[in-house]
Write a protein that binds this ligand. Sequence first.
Ligand SMILES: Cc1cc2nc3c(=O)[nH]c(=O)nc-3n(C[C@H](O)[C@H](O)[C@H](O)COP(=O)(O)OP(=O)(O)OC[C@H]3O[C@@H](n4cnc5c(N)ncnc54)[C@H](O)[C@@H]3O)c2cc1C
Length: 498
Amino acid sequence: MKHTSKHHYDVCIIGGGPAGLATALMLRQHNKALTIAVVEKSNYNDHRVGESVAPGLEAVLKALGAEELLNANKHQISAGVISYWGTVHPQYQDYLLYPRGKGWHLNRTRFDADLAALCVTNDIDVYCGYRFQNSHSNQGERRLFFNSTNDTAEFVLGEKARTKQLELTTKFTIDASGRAAKFTLQQDSRTRHLDSMLAIYGIFDDEPSPIPYSTILPIENGWWYSAPLPEDKKIIALMTDRDLAKEHQLTNQAHWFDLLQKSPQVSLFKQSLNSADGLQIWPAYSLFRDKIIGQDWLSVGDTAMCFDPLSSQGILKSMLHGCYAAHAVHDYFLAKNDPDKAISALKKYNLSCGAAFNSYYSTWCEFYRSERRWPESSFWKRRYNPLVQLSPYDTLLVNSDRQSVTTPFCDKKLIQQLLSTCYSEKQVWRIVNKLKSLWNQAERFELSGNSELPEHFKIPDELIINQLQALVSNGMLTQVADSSDRQENSNSQISSHV
Ligand SMILES: Cc1cc2nc3c(=O)[nH]c(=O)nc-3n(C[C@H](O)[C@H](O)[C@H](O)COP(=O)(O)OP(=O)(O)OC[C@H]3O[C@@H](n4cnc5c(N)ncnc54)[C@H](O)[C@@H]3O)c2cc1C
């Protein structure tokens, strides 16, 4: 077997999941001349998590020229969600009544493999069975190095050569490798977790259901989730925090089953509860990376940010952001003789991702706060006041001798705005208040002089406080507890003050 094969592409995408493949397809629609490669570590024969999609997927697939993929013979139409969130009575979120199309229970492996096959028919090379290792950037080009994951594996798509190693040279790199985000983390990007939630799940035999619903059932230490899978199977997942799983030994099959049996409405999970082949554990925490663009790269999908599975938005978000990323990369290549313009295309993408995360985060806070049945449980308490560790009554002093910091989704101009507000206002809630009134006066605030901010770009209070917190950790601000004005208030009072 030849040892290394080498090829050159304008754009290289690491990871052939929904984000990477949607980016490739949309980029091809924009530009027929670009040479594009997707490199995927699997051969699309692995189990993939995430299968329920709320209405909206059809529109994205149509935009990608991939509407044929959503075929009811391959995937199951979803009736919606039965939720016990905040109540003992079932609440039906009925997708059949939605105007934006159908909801789906996807056969994920098939869905991803079909998207990859569509890429190949669109003249995009898809290399399967190669895992990204590292890269070197030199004089406007980057060399990406991949190792074969299995020498004897059958390479399904776009095979150029069966070699142990693959070396691709490229002008632009897109990291779409999911939570692992290996390339992005090699570019000095840091991960910001909002929580430490795990999914501990089993796959069970199930009776075929003519009206397949997903189910969400909150309990004291988290929530249960179940959804139909292909071939008359069902996933049942316990979502809980890492430390709680450890404390209550919930990764142990006997304890997991015991908790399930004790859960109210256990009859919802009516299949024989001993048919799982063992439990699997998957990280399911919300996160974002504090750097998702560089001179010649960007991150997309779960590589840039991960949403709580509660949202059922992970796949849709990844594909939608793939479309934004493709627009940005297209503009980047159009502006290749004007480096400032090229970078500003990537900055716009960065801003729309920031806006999307902020909007997700607001909804996430609102949703978790609406379940108030276990106010003493650590799982729920953490979600009532998730990011905020600074008290609203803490006093902050500016350390003017410290310079040049970055915080998540926050460029230098916004940091300057935060800091100059801190010169006139000292208390956290007053700073938040002042900033919001300044932004209201300006009707919409401008970051980096960019006047094309999406209308929905609003920073929730918690995220402003998170930025302040980041400035405290970076030493730009010093936190001084101010007892004269401090009250025994929870951070949630911030919102009632501003
Ligand atoms: C427990 C759980 C349940 C979920 N349920 C839902 C749900 O019901 N609905 C929903 O919409 N979302 C759900 N999600 C989220 C959803 O799975 C993700 O948001 C979605 O898969 C992200 O797509 P992506 O393409 O960004 O990443 P991925 O789907 O993770 O794709 C990344 C791809 O990159 C490849 N790859 C990784 N590393 C490398 C490497 N080094 N080199 C080459 N290739 C590499 C992987 O093999 C994979 O194909 C769930 C997530 C979890 C954890």
